[in-house]
Design a binder for this molecule. Structure first.
Ligand SMILES: Nc1nc2c(c(=O)[nH]1)N[C@H]1C(S)=C(S)[C@@H](COP(=O)(O)O)O[C@H]1N2
Ligand SMILES: [Mo]
Length: 206
């Protein structure tokens, strides 16, 4: 590990760095495969499975556009970010939409227990509904006051601060609501189903 990019946390920060993690300088990019280039006019988020959405007319709608998301309440978030490959970054500054505010616009079947996040490029990652519907989770379109760069998941990504960052889907374009768990990309490839950093839930069966 290079000294230039990683530092031992000082004592004021060390209680915020989970076991086995180092503080990254800068904000590393971690992507499996190509970086999709999606502009905001083309960006869409589909919702399917055990959910529909309430429109003003009370009908069902399953596709959200960029302006639909811009019309939801916008908030700033400060969140720590922990990659299972052992780098962490504290106090990342984002702007976006709370998952709980988004969920208020859709009708969930009470049988829903899990969600699967889908992305441009084909990446997927799963979450129990209670890990998805937490008040500190958000859809992010802005990083440090600038439009979210494509390499960090722009135009829109999810951020789930309390789990390892592979659960924070970049280029998100779909949420599938399920009545059972279905592993996503890394979860099918040996990663833990839940990925809680304080418990070092890194890999399945370890
Ligand atoms: N669509 C997609 N989302 C993804 C990934 C990916 O490869 N594709 N990598 C995940 C992993 S392992 C991490 S650590 C974070 C990295 O986010 P960053 O590149 O903005 O640091 O995104 C997560 N979300
Ligand atoms: Mo990661």
């Amino acid at each position: 590990m290079s000294r230039k990019f990683f530092a031992k946390p000082d004592s004021s920060q060390s209680d915020r760095v989970p076991p086995g993690q180092y503080l990254a300088k800068g904000f590393p990019v971690l992507t499996y495969g190509e970086t999709p280039q999606i502009n905001t006019e083309d960006w869409q988020l589909r919702v399917w499975g055990l959910a529909g959405s309430k429109t003003a007319e009370g009908g069902e709608r399953l596709t959200f556009t960029w302006s639909d998301f811009m019309n939801l309440p916008q908030q700033n978030f400060t969140a720590d970010f922990h990659c299972v490959t052992r780098w962490s970054k504290l106090d990342v500054q984002w702007t976006g939409i709370k998952v709980t505010d988004f969920l208020e616009t859709i009708t969930l079947n009470p049988k829903t227990t899990h969600v699967l996040q889908h992305c441009y490029g084909g990446y997927t990652t799963n979450l129990p509904l209670e890990d998805f519907a937490r008040p500190e989770n958000f859809f992010a379109h802005t990083l440090n006051g600038e439009s979210l760069p494509a390499e960090h998941g722009g135009p829109m990504r999810l951020v789930v601060p309390h789990l390892y960052a592979w659960k924070s889907a970049k280029w998100i374009n779909g949420i599938e609501f399920l009545d059972h768990d279905r592993p996503g990309f890394w979860e099918r490839n040996g990663y833990h189903q839940r990925g809680e950093p304080w418990a070092q839930e890194r890999y399945a069966g370890r």
